[in-house]
Structure formats: structure tokens, C-alpha cells
Design a protein around this ligand. Structure first.
Ligand code: PBG
Length: 326
């Protein structure tokens, strides 16, 4: 039979057809919410460049995580904003640090949620770099020991998953070994494997007050022009024992997510970062874009590219939208 028009539109005619033929699915099961913890009590301070995102004291974190659980969001990722900073990021592994306190408090509530923690130094060092600094250079190997201490302090507090975001070479292997030798062989590592040297982290650095005080992060984060290098980073982190590999930012790097999907057999996480969130919120605020639709479309696109897990400041809003849909 011959037809002179090939009609792809037949299966788009109504919602039932569209549901039957939808190729990829976004669900609340894929979402993780980043949460910023600050010292103090009763603090819920909105971040100017990220409307709807707050710095929370531990008591408020508990309320937030309860809400996360009500939405059935399966994971959170904790970041600390510490009281004090020093040259080596010592407060990052303080058992009484904000992240450690928050983890313990969440775990004491027996909430059913994966509590992941960011393992890095930039928010805890006076120079704002993710590693140890000597003579204005980042010293890769000297950073391992501190990162190991940070990861151990998090899992001792009860963290379910640690997520090193520093981009030092070899740190996944070192953290894996330390977890295994200290009785935490069951705790997985989600490595920020392909973390690009990106301007999209801008609003986040205001929240954590983690801007480098000299130079930039180009000597340890990946050049945005380099997809092959990103694949190498991913392969190396898997070899070193990463259970989940992350790509970050998300939307500007969908090609990396798609490419990683073909080579990696471990789950892939994509981090829709602060700048991605801020852009959508700012344009929506000006009514230049339909915020909720752009949010869902961007999350769907990240999923379509091949991400299993999406870390997003939109997690609660997206969960609400997904619930309304079903
Ligand atoms: C810290 C870290 C950063 C982000 C997550 N972990 C910032 C950076 O590397 O400067 C960015 C997250 C975001 O922008 O939402 N190493």
C-alpha cells in the first residue's frame, strides 16, 4: 500500500494515544533534593538568586526532609555552610559539624530516605578551593587524607551515601578503601565524575560562600569543550569503585549524559545545578517563560538523555506536578 503522506501525528491525537506511545518516563523515583544546612536554630533563609531554596538550620532540615518523604522523593543531598573556615577545611570533618548533626537528626527520625552528603572542602577552606593549597597550587594527593576524614565523619553520623565533588584524582579509590577498612563496606559512593568547569555554579557559591579567593577551578574541573576527557573521568571513577557516577551541570551537558549511558553500566546521576534553576526561576518571574512547563521539560530532557537520578532544586515542585498528573 502506498500513501503519499506519512502521518506521525496519528498517535498524538489524544492523551491516551500519547500515554501509550510515550518513550521515556519521569517519576518522583528519579529525584534527589539538595539541602543546605547552616548553624543555629529556627533558620529558614531564602536564597536571593534561588527563590524557593533556603539555608536551613538542623531543626528546619528535619521539617524539610519530612516534606520530602511526604512527596516520596527517595533521596536528599546535604551541603554544609560551616561556622568557621581554615586553610585545610578542618571543620568539614568535625563530628559536631552542621552536616554531621543534620545527618544524625534525620536518621533519628527513621525517615525513609537516602541521606547523601557532599564531600568537598571548598565551603570549609578560607581560600575557597576544593583541595589543599600550597604556594597558590592545589595539591591533589595531600587532599585525599582530608576527604577521607570528611567521608568517614559523614558515614559515622549515619550517611547512607557519600558524594565526593572535589574532582581530585584518585579520591574515589581512597575513600572506598577507607570506608571498607572502617566497617562501612556497605556504603556506596556517588562520585561527581564528570564535573565541568562551569559558570552555572554561580548562585551555589553565594549560598555556600565558597568562591575561590584566588584563581579558579579550571585546573581540576573539566574543560566544557572536552567530551572524551569526561568519558575518561567516568571510566576511571568506575574503576576506582564509584557505585554511581554523576555528570554536572545537566542541561548544557546532555550529550555527555547520553554518551555516558552507552559506556557506563552503573547508574548515572545528573545534577541540574544552581544556575540552571536560577535561569528558569528568573525568566518565569518576569513571565518570559512558563516556569512549571520549562521545569518539567528540562527534567524530562535530562531523563531522555539517559540519567537515572536527577539531583534538582525543583524536586519538590516536580514531585507535586507529577502527582497532579497521575
Ligand atoms: C562543591 C560543589 C559545587 C557544586 C556542588 N558541589 C560548586 C563548585 O564546584 O564550585 C555546585 C552545585 C550547584 O551549582 O548547584 N565542590
Amino acid at each position: 500500500m502506498y500513501s503519499d503522506i506519512l502521518r506521525t501525528s496519528r498517535l498524538r491525537a489524544n492523551d491516551s494515544f500519547r500515554r501509550l506511545t510515550r518513550e521515556t518516563h519521569l517519576s518522583v523515583d528519579h529525584l534527589m533534593l539538595p539541602i543546605f544546612v547552616v548553624p543555629g536554630h529556627g533558620i529558614r533563609q531564602e536564597i536571593a538568586s534561588m527563590p524557593g531554596v533556603y539555608r536551613l538550620s538542623v531543626d528546619e532540615v528535619i521539617r524539610e526532609v519530612q516534606e520530602v518523604c511526604e512527596f516520596r522523593i527517595p533521596g536528599i543531598l546535604l551541603f554544609g555552610v560551616p561556622e568557621r573556615k581554615d586553610a585545610f577545611g578542618g571543620s568539614a570533618y568535625d563530628p559536631e559539624g552542621v552536616v554531621q548533626q543534620a545527618v544524625r537528626a534525620i536518621k533519628s527520625q527513621l525517615l525513609r530516605v537516602v541521606v547523601a552528603t557532599d564531600v568537598c572542602l571548598c565551603a570549609y577552606t578560607t581560600h575557597g578551593h576544593c583541595g589543599v593549597v600550597e604556594k597558590n597550587q592545589i595539591v591533589n594527593d595531600a587532599t585525599h587524607e582530608i576527604l577521607v576524614k570528611v567521608a568517614l565523619s559523614h558515614v559515622r553520623a549515619g550517611a547512607d551515601l557519600v558524594a565526593p565533588s572535589d574532582m581530585m584524582d584518585g579520591r574515589v579509590a581512597k575513600i572506598r578503601l577507607a570506608l571498607d577498612t572502617h566497617g562501612f563496606g556497605h556504603v556506596p559512593i556517588m562520585s561527581y565524575a564528570a564535573k565541568f568547569y562551569s559558570a552555572f555554579y554561580g548562585p551555589f557559591r553565594d549560598v555556600q560562600d565558597s568562591r575561590p579567593q584566588f584563581g579558579d577551578r579550571a585546573s581540576y574541573q573539566i574543560d566544557p569543550a572536552n567530551p572524551r576527557e569526561a568519558m575518561r573521568e567516568i571510566e576511571i571513577d568506575i574503576q576506582e569503585g564509584a557505585d554511581i557516577v554523576m555528570i554536572k551541570p545537566a542541561l548544557p551537558y546532555l550529550d555527555i549524559i547520553a554518551r555516558a549511558r552507552y559506556v557506563a553500566d552503573v547508574p548515572i546521576a545528573a545534577y541540574q545545578v544552581s544556575g540552571e534553576y536560577a535561569m528558569v526561576q528568573a525568566a518565569a518571574d518576569k513571565q518570559w517563560l512558563d516556569g512549571p512547563r520549562v521545569m518539567m521539560e528540562s527534567l524530562q530532557s535530562i531523563k531522555r538523555a539517559g540519567a537515572d537520578i536527577i539531583i534538582t532544586y525543583f524536586a519538590k515542585e516536580a514531585a507535586r506536578a507529577l502527582r497532579a498528573r497521575s
